[in-house]
Design a protein around this ligand. Structure first.
Ligand code: ATP
Length: 318
């Protein structure tokens, strides 16, 4: 049984379609990422999974339970990271944990949670006085207080400095090590690449790709590559642009930046070699999840036709 199952989910707010048609499955023990531009429908999707919103159409299951119908049972197995604004500034760290523990049949031990999330020293500190990193540690501790089997972490690291972000990543790994399935909503490619077993890229209320980070990066590589170099002799842009592999040429002082398809590097270096031009300080940009994200989510205006249908990115690169 999947930990989370989302089937043809749809949710509108008045005239706004937040979720047009979203389907994906998360296996038990996975760290599954949801990545997408602002307004893509990520939060609405996780709110439907958490039972905070009811879908207009489609089905959601958490460990086989319907968050709309089996509300209480879902609450017992699903931990949801609270948004910061949902805690009063004056509540103390231990108080917050004890309060939330009281909502569960088999809560975790508050003392152990404080120690695990390095909050023992802050047990009597007020929420409003915590640093961003401490607030996030408390948010995760609160999500874990009911000993959940699945946790939803929505933009856990937004607003954190790079050090606190790394600590947060370690927390996510600790959560998974405890056998808990993690659904992670993020804006950061690096985070998805580092943590997630699989990632769904969501755009305009639809899933545009589901794959491993490596599979998505391979899609990015196939979608295009970029090279930057300083030519040893003048090269005309028009000649480079005439190569079928080249899509754009930009000049940055003495440097040329050439982008194109997955064959562009070979095509441009062969072109230069034929003219005995050396590509000095050649740098080939490493393709990453970023490229896949841009390729999959940057789309022309609404008049230019429908969105690509859901696909497995690595299938497209085969
Ligand atoms: N309560 C609401 N009432 C009306 N419109 C809403 C509501 N919540 C979200 N929307 C709209 O639905 C769309 C999807 O929003 P959602 O918050 O799910 O996206 P998101 O991918 O989480 O975005 P972000 O990354 O900016 O948080 C947006 O156009 C948003 O403005």
């Amino acid at each position: 049984m999947p930990a989370i199952e989302v089937r043809n989910l749809k949710k509108t707010y008045g005239d706004t379609t937040a979720v047009a048609d979203i389907s994906f499955e998360v296996g038990e023990g996975e760290i599954f990422g949801i990545l997408g531009p602002n307004g893509a429908g990520k939060t609405t999707t996780v709110e439907c999974i958490s039972g905070l919103r009811s879908p207009d159409a489609g089905a959601v299951r958490v460990l086989g339970l319907d968050p709309g119908l089996d509300r209480e049972d879902v609450r017992q197995v699903l931990g949801v990271q609270l948004q910061e604004s949902q805690l009063p500034a004056k509540i103390q760290v231990r108080e917050a944990l004890e309060l939330y523990a009281s909502f569960y049949r088999e809560p975790a031990d508050v003392g152990r949670l404080l120690a695990q999330w390095e909050l023992t020293d802050k047990a009597t500190a007020r929420f409003g006085k915590l640093s961003g990193g401490q607030k996030q540690r408390l948010a995760v501790a609160l999500a874990m207080v009911g000993n959940p089997r699945v946790v939803v972490l929505d933009e856990l690291t937004t607003g954190l400095d790079p050090h606190a972000r790394r600590t947060a990543w370690e927390m996510v790994e600790q959560v998974r090590a405890a056998g808990v399935t993690v659904l992670l909503v993020t804006h950061f490619m690096e985070e998805a690449e580092r943590l997630c077993d699989r990632v769904a890229i969501i755009d305009a209320g639809r899933v545009v790709a589901v794959d491993t980070p490596a599979g998505l990066a391979a899609y990015g590589a196939a979608a295009g590559q970029r090279m930057r170099f300083r030519p040893s002799a003048p090269v005309q842009d028009a000649l480079l642009l005439a190569l079928p592999e080249v899509s754009s040429v930009e000049r940055h002082g003495a440097y040329l930046e050439v982008a194109g398809n997955s064959e562009v590097i070979g095509a441009v270096t062969a072109f230069l070699a034929r003219r005995q031009i050396i590509a000095a300080e050649l740098r080939v940009e490493q393709n990453s999840l970023d490229d896949a994200f841009i390729a999959l989510t940057s789309h022309p205006g609404p008049s230019d036709g429908p969105h690509p249908t859901s696909r497995t990115a690595s299938e497209e690169t085969r």
